[in-house]
Design a protein around this ligand. Structure first.
Ligand code: SF4
Length: 398
């Protein structure tokens, strides 16, 4: 069990809504100053008397690059005051092209940010238009260049595939363009049509076609093979790193179900309830708890200067824990840690899922990995069918 947490700071502000996005965000930027104060209060009010260790800090959104630099500095100072931030902490900042200039990026670097995640999404102007992004291709290229120029060497690009009218050629064009920047990390997300989004409404009206399931599986496999040949390790279903040192440590912590503290509206946190033993000394582990703040910037601002937030929480049942460990573990190339599964559930993974594991192995969809740790992992073909395989595991967890 890790005694180090990951810190997430949510910035739910966007200049305008992208057509595919159902994340909570607001375009009322006038809330920003009060919002930052509330974030500081939340971080301070949740800090324990004994400072927790923090191994990663992540500014996500929304569009964190809408934060004025002095606010980024204030927030970082608050985190460093309330946590023991490790010297080699990974500090990631999400940036949208069209919202930053060279000075902004240079100051971010000076403030200690050492990893940038740039929301490029595509290098195809038609795709960018359909997705209703705020930026042009030129701005994306410029932002990557500026980030390199000011000294960032850990840069990730976000890309989307499976968009309306996507073809293999178009997507390969995006990947080839991205490769030209030799960045450390690529996130390649398959588009999902979220209900209530403009894109979904257009789809319902029959205004465009989407690639079918077979074409999407083909794009997924082609992406992995192509990027693999270029030296990118496909370490999570949507994520590729140029060497294991360039994996996102922050997101890897989520997939390993280690504790995280999320701040801001709609941000989630995860921790283990610790009970004192009978003598009131050694804490022993109890149930994992997930908590979250309501998705409401105004309510959040009203709540946090004065008192604890409007959050909710749930204690994960054993079934939920088993399911999450399976679901998250199978997303990664490292696979599911079977020893951790047994420790958490009291059940041997290979015994519990014997027929399913045998079927996956015989179909070339999964394998027990050799190595010092006992792990079960899906093959690339298995990961292309992740949802149905997770469902099959879920059916066997009672
Ligand atoms: S910038 Fe990101 S969070 Fe904001 S609307 Fe677009 S996809 Fe959603």
């Amino acid at each position: 069990m890790s005694d180090t947490v990951s810190v997430y700071i949510h910035v739910p502000f966007c200049l305008k809504k992208c057509s595919y996005c159902d994340f909570y965000s607001t375009h009322t930027l006038s809330f920003l100053p009060a919002y930052v104060t509330s974030l500081q209060r939340e971080i301070e009010s949740r800090a324990g008397q004994v400072k927790k260790k923090a191994g990663t800090i992540y500014f996500g959104g929304g569009t964190p690059s809408l934060l004025p630099l002095e606010d980024v500095e204030k927030l970082l100072k608050t985190v460093f005051t309330c946590y023991q931030v490790s010297q080699n902490a990974e500090i990631t900042f999400e940036v949208n092209p069209g919202t930053v200039d060279e000075l902004y990026l240079a100051v971010l670097k000076k403030l200690g940010v050492n990893r940038l995640s740039i929301g490029v999404q595509s290098f195809d102007a038609g795709k960018i238009k359909v997705l209703n992004r705020i930026h042009t291709i030129e701005q994306s290229i410029e932002t990557i260049g500026l980030a390199k120029a000011v000294g960032f060497d850990n840069i990730g690009l976000d890309l989307i595939y499976g968009t309306p009218g996507e073809t293999r050629e178009k997507w390969m064009g995006d990947l080839k363009m991205a490769l030209g920047f030799r960045v450390a990390h690529l996130s390649c997300y398959m588009l999902t049509l979220e209900s209530g989004t403009p894109l979904q409404a257009q789809y319902e009206k029959g205004l465009f076609h989407l690639p079918d399931q077979d074409s999407l599986a083909d794009l997924f496999m082609a992406t992995s093979t192509f990027l693999g040949r270029q030296g990118y390790d496909h370490y999570e279903i949507s994520n590729f790193a140029r060497g294991s040192q360039n994996r996102s440590r922050h997101n890897s912590n989520y997939w390993q179900m280690t504790p995280y503290d999320g701040f801001g509206p709609s941000a989630h946190s995860f921790d283990f309830l610790r009970k004192q033993d009978r003598d009131g000394r050694e804490p022993s582990l109890a149930s994992p708890v997930r908590s979250w703040n309501l998705a409401d910037v105004k309510g959040y601002i009203q709540a946090f200067p004065l008192r604890g937030g409007p959050g909710e929480r749930e204690v994960l049942s054993l079934r939920q824990q088993m399911l999450e460990r399976v679901m998250l573990g199978l997303r990664t190339s490292d696979g599911l840690d079977m020893a951790a599964f047994e420790k958490m559930s009291g059940q041997n993974f290979l015994t519990l899922f014997a027929p399913l594991v045998a079927r996956l192995e015989s179909q070339g969809l999964g394998a027990v990995l050799s190595g010092p740790e006992s792990r079960f992992s899906l093959t690339l073909s298995g990961r292309a069918r992740l949802d149905s395989i997770v469902e099959a595991f879920a059916d066997r967890i009672l």
